[in-house]
Structures are given as C-alpha cells and as structure tokens.
Write a protein that binds this ligand. Structure first.
Ligand SMILES: C[S@@+](CC[C@H](N)C(=O)[O-])C[C@H]1O[C@@H](n2cnc3c(N)ncnc32)[C@H](O)[C@@H]1O
Length: 483
C-alpha cells in the first residue's frame, strides 16, 4: 500500500529513486539524490524503485515520501492495518518483519564506529530481541475529536484518523476501544474549555486496563464499559506493574514507560543480566518511575536515582526500597553537583531521552569512577555519539543488543528502539541499552543547552564523526501523533 502524500495538492518535485538494501535506523528507506545527498524515503522498502515526492530539502540530506512504487523490493508486504495509509501511528507495516529486524541490527553495528569512532573488534553483539510484530502495545494515547472521531493523528497532521481496529494494540486495549466507541461517538463537552479534542490514555498492567478520560466523558465511558462487561479502572491512579520478577514498579498514563510490557520485560531482563552484583553504590540516570532502579537496588548497597519529572519521581518514591534515594532534578544539574560534591558510583545506568545526554553529564560519569556502565538508548546515532565521547575516557563497548519493543510503531522514526550495551575494559566500559518509545509520557522536555550542544559538536568533530553524523543521521522531527 502506498501512503497518501502528506501535503497533497501542493506541487512538489518528484524523483525516481532506488533504495538501498537496508532501512535507516529511523525506519525510512535510504537512497541517493542525483546530487549525491542521502535521501530518507518514508513509505519505501529496501531495494526497490520508487517515485518519491521531496518533502524536505536540507543542506546535507533530503527527505521524501513515496507516491508510487515502480518496482517493489523483495521485503515489501501488504500492511495488515486498514488505516495504515492515513494513520501516523505506524511506519513499517509495509516491510517484512525479518527485514525490519535485520535493518535495525545493521544500523546498530554501523553507527558506533562511524559516528562515535568506536572500535568494535572486541564487542559482543548479543542476538537482537524483537517481540511479536502485532498486538504488543499495552499503552496508548488516543485522541477524541469534537465530532466523535476516536483514534490517532494522521501522519504529519493534526487530523484525527478514526480507528476501528488497531493491530498493534494488545487485545485487552482493543477490547476497551471497541467497547467505548459508542460512548465516545456522542458529541459531548470537552474537559478543558476551548479544546476541540481531548486525549484518552489507556494502560494495561497485565490484569486490568486503567483509563484516563476527560471528565465530561467519564460517565458515558463507565456505562459503556459496564454494558460491554469490560473491566476498566478510571482516573489517574497508578498501576502496579511489578510482576516481572524485578520488584514493584508503579506507573500511570502520565509518566514515561515502555509502550509494551513484554518489551520492557526483555529490556529489564537484559539490564539485570549485565548489572554486576555486590556493588557498594550505583546511580540510575533518567530514572523515570524507577524501572531500572529496581534492578540496581537488588545488586548495589546504595542507589541514587536522578529524574526530572515530578510525577515520575513521586511514583518511584512510593515503592523505592530503603537503599534508594530518588533525586528530583535535571540530570545535568543534580547528578553533576552530586559528583562534584564527592558522589561516586561503581555502576552507572544511563537511559537518556532520544536526544541523548550532554557533555557535562558524560564528564561527570567519568568522574564518578564507575567500573560498569549500562547504557540504554533509543537512538543509535545519539548513542554512538555519547558512547564515543565516553570511550575517549577509557570506556569500551563490551556488549550490545538491539531490543525492539514496539516494532511497527512510528517510534522507529527517531532512531527506533535499539539496545546496545558495553562495559569497561580493564574494569571500565559502556553498555548500550535499547529502544524506547519516547512518546509514552508527556513529561517535561529537556532541551540540551546550546552551549553544551556546541561542546558536543566540537567533541564529535574531534572524533572525526561530526561530518558523517550530519550526513547520515536520521534527521530529527517526529510525527505529531499521540499514540
Ligand atoms: C527514556 S526515559 C527512561 C525512564 C526510565 N529509565 C524507564 O525505564 O522507564 C527518559 C526519562 O528521562 C527524563 N528526563 C528527560 N530529560 C531529563 C533531564 N534532563 N534530567 C532528568 N530527567 C530527564 C524523562 O522524564 C524520562 O522519565
């Protein structure tokens, strides 16, 4: 199926392109512009000939989207979702699952040396983990438009696509969506004055579905759920997700969490495998509601967790054991001051947002004198950049694994769920983590200060990766969907 052009009606240049054998880390196909620049082609599969419309013309790369498939590639498949052509939630349903996994792995092997100047000759690549291609999503944020449409946003648009069935939703969430639809279709008051639409968050915790509804819709939703016999919990109460064997975890629709329970279990399990036992101290950077803090707390005598979102910190503190201290602060301020005041950690867990971390934090990690670093990342490019800087301080990429908790989602666009890990040689290391669906929680947006961005650029240039980072990195800019 060919996606509809995002800006239909606007005359834009089209090009005939031949795509490369693997997808870029963000999920787009890669081709070459006649002038030599890289073209990221959305809606294309590997090794095919397409006609594509240019959507972004940058100095170092071009973006385009498929308008016609001229010669389909061997991995092109029919997307199972009836809404795929319009919905902005998924980007990879037209590519065979095996190729999606292979492309991710290629991206992960290729980015560290190219961008971070890392030597991978002694790095172990563990077999990639990838969950079921469909039915995995246990968290979803739907949009309900004033006219009753209920679904996800269209690609690169605020338009709400009315979704009847969504194949990436876990069956428990699909059941709720179906049961609630009649209540949502009623025209009704919106929660916040002046809003033309509202958001509905659903979280399945393994036992029940928690729903966060606008006030004006709760009554109808409650009646509809009861009539359909679907058990539903209302409000923004936390959901306990502690049945994965790693200790209690409390979450809510409002804080960051993995969009797939099974994906998170795989991720936490891998972190547990990498995390050394018996450390005197550990730190969890960008700790959220304590997903990995649980693992560290069982293996280290003392854990300091740093997180900037107040709601996430409140949840983490509810279940934190006595040996854990959760700091409500930006990592750039809180953690760096902690190190400056003498804080030391044998184990560091680093799980930054898609944009990666900054030079100040990387410097503080070196100063904390950790003997093991577990690095969880959702973007191979920023992972490679940050790991490259850490490598300059003696860290070695020891073990790496790709984890894809949300295979078909648009989360692939920004780099996609990837997991990479490393350890120090002679007691030092970098461990790469995996991929996240960065869309899961609203949370605060922490932008890297310009000054630090400049330092980063200087450091990556010194590594010799600056130019290439500009050239081949998946360009920024996600879709405004809200799933
Ligand atoms: C990828 S999530 C990881 C959360 C957690 N480790 C987990 O497994 O659920 C990144 C987290 O970093 C937080 N965050 C983003 N920028 C931050 C900053 N500059 N300082 C502190 N926390 C930040 C977000 O609120 C979010 O909880």
């Amino acid at each position: 199926m060919t996606r509809k052009p995002a800006q239909a009606g606007r005359a834009q240049a089209t090009l005939q392109l031949t795509t490369e054998p693997h997808l870029a880390s963000g999920g787009d196909a890669v081709a070459r512009h006649p002038d030599g620049r890289v073209v990221f082609v959305s809606g294309a599969a590997p090794s095919e000939r397409v006609e594509a419309r240019l959507t972004k013309d940058n100095k170092s790369f071009v973006r385009a989207e498929v308008v016609k498939v001229l010669e389909p590639g061997p991995s092109r498949v029919n997307p199972p979702c009836a809404h795929y052509a319009q919905c902005g939630g998924c980007t990879l349903q037209h590519v065979a699952y095996g190729e999606q996994v292979a492309s991710k792995d290629v991206a992960l092997r290729e980015a560290p040396p190219r961008i971070g100047g890392l030597d991978l000759s002694e790095t172990t690549f563990d077999a990639p983990w990838s969950g079921a291609p469909y039915g995995y999503r246990t968290r979803a944020r739907l949009v309900r438009a004033l006219d009753g449409r209920l679904g996800f946003r269209a690609r690169r648009s605020k338009h709400v696509v009315d979704i009847q069935r969504c194949p990436v939703l876990a069956p428990e969430l699909q059941e709720v969506l179906t049961a609630l639809r009649p209540a949502m279709e009623m025209r009704g008051p919106m929660r916040r004055e002046g809003r033309r639409e509202d958001e509905i968050s659903l979280v399945f915790d393994g036992a029940s579905v928690l729903a966060d509804f606008p006030e004006g819709l709760t009554k109808g939703a409650r009646t509809a759920a009861r009539a359909a016999g679907v058990p539903l919990l209302f409000g923004n109460d936390a959901v306990t997700e502690g049945d994965d064997g790693h200790g209690p975890l409390v979450s809510s629709p409002q804080v960051f969490a993995q969009a797939s329970r099974s994906g998170n279990q795989a991720l936490v399990g891998y972190v547990a495998e990498l995390c050394p036992e018996g450390a005197a101290s550990a730190v969890d950077l960008y700790s959220g509601s304590g997903n990995f803090t649980r693992v560290l707390a069982k293996r280290a005598a003392r854990v300091d967790a740093f997180e900037g979102a107040r709601d996430a910190v409140a949840l983490a503190r509810r279940v934190a054991p006595e040996n854990v201290r959760v700091h409500l602060s930006g990592v750039e301020q809180g953690f760096t001051s902690w190190v400056a005041e003498g804080g030391r950690a044998e184990v560091v867990l680093l799980d930054p947002p898609r944009t990666g971390t900054n030079a100040k934090v990387l410097k503080a990690i070196q100063a904390a004198e950790a003997s093991a670093l577990i690095f969880v990342s959702c973007d191979p490019a920023t992972f490679a950049r940050d790991a490259g800087i850490l490598a300059q301080g003696g860290l070695r990429l020891a073990r790496v694994r790709t984890v894809r908790p949300v295979p078909a989602d648009r989360a692939q666009r920004g780099g996609g769920p990837v997991c990479e890990v490393s350890k120090r040689s002679a007691g030092r290391a970098v461990a790469g983590g995996e991929g996240w669906d960065g869309s899961a929680g609203p949370g605060p947006q922490y932008e890297r200060p310009r000054r630090d961005a400049a330092k980063f650029d200087a450091l990556t240039r010194r590594l010799g990766g600056g130019e290439r980072l500009q050239d081949r990195r998946q360009p920024p800019g996600g879709d405004p969907t809200s799933s």
